[in-house]
Design a binder for this molecule. Sequence first.
Ligand code: AMP
Ligand code: GLY
Length: 463
Amino acid sequence: MERLEGAIISQVTADKQEVSNECLHPRFKPLILFAMNVLLLGSGGREHAIAWKLSQSSMLRKLHIAPGNGGMESLGETADLDPMDFAAVERYVRRHEIGLLVVGAEAPLVAGIADYFEASTKTNVMVVGPKKEGAMLEGSKEFAKAFMQRHNIPTARYASFDHTQLDEAIAALDEFQPPYVLKADGLAAGKGVIITSSKEEAVKTLEEMLSGKAFSDAGRKVVIEEFLEGKELSMFAVTDGSSYHLLPSAKDYKRIGEGDTGPNTGGMGAISPVPFLSEEFQQKALNQVIIPTIKGLGKDGIPYKGVIFFGLIKVGSDPYVIEYNCRLGDPETEVVLPRLKSDLLHLFESLCSGLLSEYDLVTDERAATTVILASEGYPGSYEKGHAIKGLDDVADIDGMVFHAGTKSSRRKIITNGGRVVALTGRGNDVEEALKNSYKLAEKVTFEGAYHRADIGADVLDLA
Ligand code: AMP
Ligand code: GLY
């Protein structure tokens, strides 16, 4: 299973779907004759993991990170730039002769950063990430649902309504069984999904979303969908629209409380590989979801150069799409990239220069897990500015600490966000990796630090 995960390279052609365990090209390792400057946009644990992996590349001249966080300063030059200010990013790219721009989070992609640089006459920088139209897979739930329906990709039955259709939306609730799943159409930082068994609360949520009171403009269109029961997992394809590579799969833990209780967060932990991802299920996911998605983009005339994140749910033995994202996941990246043996910058460069099918993606059989240390009160309000202790005391543990909400202040690393650090453990299997994540949690701490003690427990119970 593991070998399969990493070794698949497939050409997606217009007339046939073909999946092969073998590279279609002879193993080809281009001689790396040049090195480049790279600018990575973002400031979370995902970006720290990307920066960590890029910094090991034989193709890297210098890594720049904007805005970065307290953990990334040792990996490259950090710059106080707003990723949404494209003109400022462009000036930086020119000044520092950046050859490749890696966009970590969705907001700049949905706002058109890749389109901006494609149209720019001032720089030829390559951008890792789709243009606006492709990023709509994440930027609009309604777009994603219509796309899946058009291309016969399994997903929950749905109906969508705009702000002029409150009465119709309320009436439509009767066409769905509780629990009701209500999704704000636009970006809402992973918090735009409300699931409730109470019709009264569903009606109230529809009123609040469609009036713009909840999630402002992102909620002024709503998707109501059928509730699906099953285990969730995340799969990732790096694609240029004609070829793709699968990165290792992962499972994340979104709720704040143990036993998956309480409000959703940006993610409290993750594991990779996913113990319940069988070879058979992976083939189904490829044939029913991943390949049809890439082909569907082609049929719709939507170019795509970047990562497609497939948020899947296993219903019975079949994959259904819960959501698409147009970038890597957080905290999944903190377990996915430690399992990538091959050069990440080489992968990104191949993606941008049309050589993706010739890239040799090798994954590590070993497992990785991550446990998030969060500030007390998160995902509600929380304090910042507490000193983080123990960061220099972890060298004997098999793993690494990725910073998320941290900053450096007077030579100390202090808390600067809700999710503060991702404690990634390595091991021969998920169980051993988790032990190392929790050993890290005994060392690294700060006032009010909170973590879930049950990451991975649900799937280990099944093993
Ligand atoms: P999303 O932002 O679309 O990924 O949704 C956030 C979370 O809500 C998912 O990870 C699921 O746990 C849950 N969810 C979303 N859609 C459904 C659905 N149709 N059925 C059951 N759970 C869902
Ligand atoms: N972990 C889910 C996400 O990155 O959206």
